[in-house]
Design a protein around this ligand. Structure first.
Ligand SMILES: [Zn+2]
Length: 426
């Protein structure tokens, strides 16, 4: 078996992992874009057709761990080349809703682009938790993980008598994250994993304890108590964060309002996720269409917003009507996007966040595993041959984790062959 880390050993976002059996079956895990630069531009070698041809040469299928753009971005080009693409059932629905919404953009070339991505996603094959999919002589079993995206998975990949666990992006401090350790010890460690391929986003970002979504919800409630009108900028496709603000708002006895696109997503989350946890019941969300009806002014409200022309227009009309001392804007995303000195800085996000003279607050917790969670995964899975860290900043040191010396010795970041497993790092 051959494992190729095409991208991700020294970067967050844009990870691509190749698995090839001795008989020549090839699959890829994730194929997304590099993270955007400060101007919002994405530079990606796989936008060049010849490079993508080379990457996909002989590949039978691409398995996406979840739908974020740094994991899934070339769907139309992959479909054109006749390669099968697999995504979780709910994740596929969310991605379809996203591309359907993006076709409203009043730019013809973009409309066309989103039309073809929408069609490509429609052709995706679906996988479900604990239901193995076989491609040639490679077997892939998805297991649900908690992340800041709905319907995210890690994969156990069985090939040539070896077993790999690819974690995708995950955390243990989301609403369903507490099940991670049990799933790892009950279902995965028992399989005797040879190679662990794991994300390491937070390795170099932070070493303090991560706030859980429950704690964030409580803090949101306390913050909202000091104001009547709350605006929240958070990911529109992160059901955990939306649930935190939705529940905090309900406890305030106020309406939770969102635009039509967000309401459609909330409806989908309610339908598909409520059975997993009652926190995902968004039934009472109210659709906002740009007109401020009287009850909303009287009761106060929480409105989820996005950085778009539509919301900029709405906020320009709304803000003069709302007293500053009663209005708070909560920024609930990675802080690096609005810090000029950070490599992830986004001028557009920064200008949106500072577009009005509101009371600005920061409230966020990461969608990625803490150092403790990473150590727990390594210790619980206890892979016998190798640990390959991906989705991490250059130079971040996986051996600084609280893991045994034997496990530290198994950390691989360059080309090697161990126990008949060829590992290539590009
Ligand atoms: Zn990611």
């Amino acid at each position: 078996m051959k494992i190729t880390i095409h991208r991700g050993i020294n970067q967050i976002g844009g990870c691509i992992t190749g698995i090839e059996s001795a008989s020549g079956t090839k699959i890829l895990i994730d194929l997304g874009h590099n993270l955007p630069d400060t101007e919002g531009q994405v530079e990606d070698e796989y936008d060049v057709p010849e490079n993508l041809d080379r990457l996909l040469d002989g590949v039978s299928a691409v398995f996406y761990t979840h739908y974020d753009g740094d994991h899934l971005a070339f769907e139309a080009a992959v479909a054109e080349r006749g390669v099968d693409q697999y995504l979780g059932r709910l994740a596929k629905r969310v991605k379809q809703k996203f591309y359907a919404h993006m076709q409203n953009i009043p730019v013809d070339s973009l409309k066309q682009k989103y039309k073809s991505t929408f069609q490509a996603v429609g052709g995706f094959k679906e996988y479900g938790a604990d239901m193995p999919v076989t491609v040639g002589d490679i077997k892939i079993t998805p297991y649900y993980v908690s992340h800041s995206a709905a319907d995210a998975y890690m994969f156990v990949i069985e090939c040539d008598g070896k077993k790999i666990l690819h974690t995708g992006d995950f955390r243990d401090h989301g609403y369903l994250g507490k099940y991670l350790k049990g799933v790892l010890s009950k279902f995965i460690a028992r399989k005797s994993i040879d190679v662990l391929i794991t994300e390491g986003t937070m390795l170099s970002r932070n070493d303090v304890r991560m706030m859980s979504e429950e704690e964030l919800q409580q803090k949101a409630y306390e913050l909202m108590s000091g104001y009547k009108y709350t605006f929240v900028l958070c990911s529109s496709t992160d059901p955990d964060r939306l649930a935190s603000f939705y529940q905090a708002t309900r406890h305030q006895g106020r309406p939770f309002i969102a635009d039509g696109y967000q309401c459609k997503l909330l409806e989908t989350f309610t339908k598909q996720l409520k059975r997993n946890h009652r926190i995902y019941d968004f039934t009472d969300a109210v659709e906002y269409d740009g007109t401020l009806r009287h009850p909303l002014m009287d009761t106060g409200f929480t409105m989820v917003v996005r950085n778009s022309d539509k919301f900029r227009g709405w906020l320009d009309e709304l803000m003069p009507l709302l007293p500053k001392e009663e209005t708070v804007f909560i920024y609930s995303q990675f802080k690096g996007y609005i810090l000029t000195e950070h490599t992830a800085y986004s001028a557009s996000t920064d200008s949106f966040v500072h577009s009005h003279d509101w009371n600005l607050e920061y409230l966020h917790t990461s969608g990625h595993a803490s150092r403790d969670a990473l150590a727990m995964v390594c210790n619980t899975v206890n892979p016998t041959s190798a640990i390959i860290p991906i989705h991490r900043e250059k130079g971040s040191d996986f051996t600084s984790l609280d893991i045994s010396d034997e496990l530290k010795d198994r950390v691989v970041t360059s080309d090697t062959t161990i126990d008949d497993i060829e590992i290539r790092v590009q």
